[in-house]
Write a protein that binds this ligand. Sequence first.
Ligand SMILES: CC(C)(COP(=O)(O)OP(=O)(O)OC[C@H]1O[C@@H](n2cnc3c(N)ncnc32)[C@H](O)[C@@H]1OP(=O)(O)O)[C@@H](O)C(=O)NCCC(=O)NCCS
Length: 177
Amino acid sequence: MSPLPVVLRTGETADARRIHALIAANLEEGHLLPRTLGEITVHASRFVVATRGRRIVGCAELAPLSPQVAEVRSLAVDRSERGHGVGTTIVDELRRRAERDGFAGLCAFTHSPAYFTHMGFSIVPHGWIMEKVHTDCVRCPLFRHCGQYAMVVPLDGAARAAARASSGQVHAAAPCA
Ligand SMILES: CC(C)(COP(=O)(O)OP(=O)(O)OC[C@H]1O[C@@H](n2cnc3c(N)ncnc32)[C@H](O)[C@@H]1OP(=O)(O)O)[C@@H](O)C(=O)NCCC(=O)NCCS
């Protein structure tokens, strides 16, 4: 019998406990921001989850920092499923969704810049993503000493959002950073 395939889908409230457990299991290794079950429950639909059968084997959140910039947050893949492209597929899907939603850039804060450069992200000064600095960094005990790299990939969505704005649908998105 062939193994069940890995399938991506949008997170649901009912997934919150399993997403929370996956993030918690990778907190230290990934230097991930601790997340409460409550906030994951509230924002479950921002997550893309990778499932194999009934198991959630990977996840990440598309977190809007501003109308222009969204962040890849809480990216984690179960140890047993690593090295087969699950993480890359999740980030690609977040990128597609961010583009669809008209964001000008997708950013990530990470100790593993090589992982993100391989997906087209570039290292930028933290000050280029002031949305993140104002939202999270200033409240963090490791502010200015976290050792994380700020990384950004520009998105084509900006052009599409500007076109929609000029037709009166939404505000135009400014270029990232
Ligand atoms: C990082 C993580 C999400 C990668 O998941 P994955 O499904 O194994 O990733 P992929 O299979 O898509 O990896 C694709 C490539 O990235 C490489 N890679 C994986 N982790 C890497 C890392 N930390 N640094 C650099 N490269 C890495 C892989 O070797 C692979 O390279 P290849 O295509 O040349 O073979 C997973 O290792 C994980 O959950 N780690 C713990 C949590 C974490 O670090 N999260 C990211 C914080 S920003």
